[in-house]
Design a protein. Structure first.
Ligand SMILES: NC(=O)c1ccc[n+]([C@@H]2O[C@H](COP(=O)([O-])OP(=O)(O)OC[C@H]3O[C@@H](n4cnc5c(N)ncnc54)[C@H](OP(=O)(O)O)[C@@H]3O)[C@@H](O)[C@H]2O)c1
Length: 329
C-alpha cells in the first residue's frame, strides 16, 4: 500500500480532531507536527505518535520525506502559512475559509500552479457520502426543480474579544467561521447567485456576531442562509423542489444521511454514519489526488474555492465588514 506522510501546521483544536481521524485513512502516516511552541509540539507528537515534532512552522518545511501539510491555523494566517509550504514545494490541504479574501486565494492558486504542487481547501463537508448522494438525487430530479434552499449554522460562543472567533485581527466573525458552510452548500447545490443581499449584527469587536444572507439564482431559485455566534441554530440544510423536499440529516456541515420526500410519498432516509468525526473523507481524497499526481481536486477544484471566497467578499461588502489590512476602513 502506498503511504503518505502528513505534516500538521498549527496544533489547536481542529488539528487534534483531524489527526485522530487520520487513523481511519489507509496509508496515512503522521510524520511531523509543528507548533510555535516546541514543548506543545512534543506533547502533541507523543499523544498521536508523530515521528517528528518541531517548534516553528518554518522548521516543518525542512523536514525530509513530507508528502502533504494540513494547515490548521486561524483564518488570518492561512494565506501566509499556505504560501510558506507551497513555496517549499509541499502539497497543501488548508482549513476553511480558504483565506480571508479572494485576492489572497488567487495568490495561493497562482503559486500552487507555478510550483506544480497540490493545493486544496479543507472543506470536509464536500467529501461526505451523504453529500454525494444528495447531489445524485438532485441530478436525477427526485424532487423536481429546486426553488428554495434553507441552511443555517449557529452556536452560543462566549464573548472573548481576543479569541479567534471575535478578534478582527484573526478575521473573526460568524460568517467566515461558520456562515461559510451554508454558503458553500448553496454554491454546491445551486451554483452562482445573480443577486446577493446580506445584513449583520456586530459583536463588540465589530466583526459579525450574526449574519443573514438572501440569494437569488437565474434558474428561479432563492436561498436563505444564516450564521450566528449568539445562539444554537438547527444547523440544517433543506432543499425545496417543485416535486418534493431533500434534507441533509445531522449537522449540515457533517451530514450522516439524506432524507428525501417526493410530493405525496413517504420520506425515505439513507444513512452513512462515519467511523470518526468524518475528517478522514477529505484526507483520503487528498491521498487519492496525490497518488494520481493531481495538482487540484476534481471534486473541490480551486476555481470553486476562489468563487466561494468571492461570494464571501460580496457578503462582507453588503454587511460593511472589512478586516485590518484590507483598506477602506
Ligand atoms: N473543518 C472543521 O470542522 C473546522 C472546525 C474548527 C475549526 N476549523 C478551522 O480551523 C482553523 C483553526 O481553528 P481551531 O478551532 O483549531 O483554532 P485554535 O484551537 O485556536 O487553534 C489554532 C492554532 O493555530 C496556531 N496559530 C498560529 N498563529 C496563531 C495566532 N496568531 N493566534 C492563534 N493561534 C495561532 C496555534 O497553534 P500553535 O500554538 O501550535 O502554533 C493554534 O493552536 C480555523 O481557520 C477554523 O476555521 C475547521
Amino acid at each position: 500500500m502506498q503511504t503518505f506522510r502528513w505534516g500538521i501546521l498549527g496544533l489547536g483544536s481542529i488539528a487534534r480532531k483531524f489527526v485522530a481521524d487520520l487513523a481511519h485513512v489507509p496509508g496515512a502516516v503522521l510524520h511531523v507536527v509543528a507548533s510555535r511552541d516546541l514543548a506543545k509540539a512534543r506533547a502533541f507528537a507523543a499523544d498521536f505518535g508523530a515521528a517528528h515534532a518541531v517548534g516553528s512552522y518554518e522548521a516543518l518545511t525542512a523536514v525530509p520525506d513530507l508528502d502533504v501539510v494540513y494547515i490548521a491555523t486561524p483564518h488570518s494566517e492561512h494565506h501566509a502559512h499556505a504560501l510558506l509550504c507551497l513555496r517549499a514545494g509541499l502539497a497543501v490541504l488548508c482549513e476553511k475559509p480558504f483565506t480571508v479574501n479572494a485576492g489572497q486565494a488567487q495568490e495561493l492558486i497562482t503559486v500552487s500552479q507555478a510550483q506544480g504542487v497540490f493545493l486544496m481547501e479543507a472543506f470536509w463537508t464536500r467529501f461526505f457520502p451523504a453529500v454525494a448522494h444528495a447531489l445524485a438525487l438532485l441530478k436525477s430530479s427526485t424532487i423536481g426543480e429546486v426553488k428554495h434552499l434553507v441552511a443555517d449554522f449557529g452556536g452560543f460562543m462566549p464573548y472573548e474579544p481576543l479569541g479567534r472567533l471575535f478578534n478582527p485581527n484573526l478575521a473573526g466573525g460568524s460568517l467566515l467561521d461558520i456562515g461559510v458552510y451554508p454558503l458553500f452548500l448553496s454554491q454546491l447545490f445551486l451554483g452562482r447567485p445573480t443577486a446577493v443581499a446580506a445584513v449583520a449584527v456586530p459583536a463588540g469587536t465589530g466583526v459579525d456576531l450574526s449574519c443573514a444572507v438572501s440569494l437569488a439564482y437565474a434558474g428561479g431559485a432563492t436561498a436563505s442562509l444564516a450564521s450566528t455566534l449568539a445562539a444554537p441554530l438547527d444547523n440544517q440544510c433543506v432543499l425545496y423542489g417543485t416535486g418534493g423536499q431533500l434534507r441533509l440529516l445531522g449537522p449540515m456541515y457533517a451530514p450522516h444521511g439524506v432524507r428525501v420526500q417526493p410530493l405525496g410519498q413517504a420520506a425515505q432516509d439513507f444513512s452513512y454514519p462515519p467511523p470518526g468525526d468524518g475528517y478522514h473523507y477529505e484526507a483520503a481524497h487528498v491521498q487519492e489526488c496525490l497518488a494520481q499526481r493531481l495538482h487540484e481536486s476534481p471534486l473541490l477544484p480551486l476555481s470553486s474555492s476562489l468563487e466561494l471566497m468571492r461570494l464571501l467578499d460580496t457578503v462582507r461588502q453588503r454587511m460593511g465588514l472589512r478586516y485590518p489590512g484590507e483598506g477602506g476602513g
